[in-house]
Design a binder for this molecule. Sequence first.
Ligand code: SF4
Ligand code: SF4
Length: 348
Amino acid sequence: MTHKPPKPTPAAASEPEPLPVPELPPRVILDLATKCNLRCAMCPVWGSDDEDAIEAAKGIMALENAKKVLDEVMAAKPLIHPALYGEPTLAPSFKAVVRDVKARGLTVAINTNGLTLHPEMAEFLVEIGLDSISISIDAVTPETLMKIRGIDKLAKIETGVANMLRARGDRTVPRIGVSFTTQEQNKHEEAAFIEKWTPIVDVVRIGHVFLDGYFQDIKAPEKRVPCNALYLTMPVHNDGSVTVCCLDGFKETNMGNVFETSVKEVWLGEKFQEVRRWHETDQYDKIPICQKCNGWVQYLFEDEVRDGLLIRRSPEFVYYNRIDRLSNWSGQLLGGHPEPALEDTDGN
Ligand code: SF4
Ligand code: SF4
């Protein structure tokens, strides 16, 4: 179901019709805790040298507040990400929230740095029915890991991946992937990373680093289009505040507070609608965080089928999906991606 709320300002005759907005967000990011066991240089929050800003961003979402949001969004069956700028497994309410999300029949996906994926945690995640886990690794050698993530515990992270695969056994879920964010210090290991991990996990994701307000080294089409993130995703920070986008770690934007009002009031509220309208009318300069951001290209995908892989490529991300492991990539887990279509290809 989509909703067309009134435009914040009357549109001129030549202006495009407002794009439809779903009544509730199809994807909700719940910042259960801005708390991490790493300080990666590339991280928009923990990589900052502004200690006061980090201090202000830190915090823990009360379990009852997380449940309030889930109560309000569950009718739309959104995809839930229980972390924003933190290692999800470190949030005090992590297990309770994942349990609650699954009890409601919703889909839940986590991104983790892998350091806490000991056998018991892996067992919990599999038993509870977690739908997807992506482990950020970014390197094939401890030396490069040190440059990217400030630690050399590559073996520990890789053991975490093995623990997940072992705990899953023959089951279909969770979908298990690893990711690599390409940047100056690790780009020489990108090809080796793909080669190493595609035979092991379900999906390998390669992305570009977000630095200085945009994703580095990507080629965007000339004609800019409204960013899908504004119509798909609601990032809820630990204090209930909602920003335009998950990239806004230090909350430069403020769309409202879902603890003080409601998800719907914020999602369809005047502020969010105004930002969408600015995108729809090419007024990107009105939103400093979006002004030079090229993240809108991440939704422009092309597929290629090769060597047993469905390679889904946008200018920002490339996903190397094992065709024999596609059955766990469906429904809400697609997160706005089109369904993989493999008919008439070698991937049948
Ligand atoms: S693991 Fe993730 S949240 Fe933690 S510092 Fe690194 S990028 Fe940031
Ligand atoms: S343009 Fe960039 S900052 Fe703006 S909503 Fe899209 S991804 Fe986020």
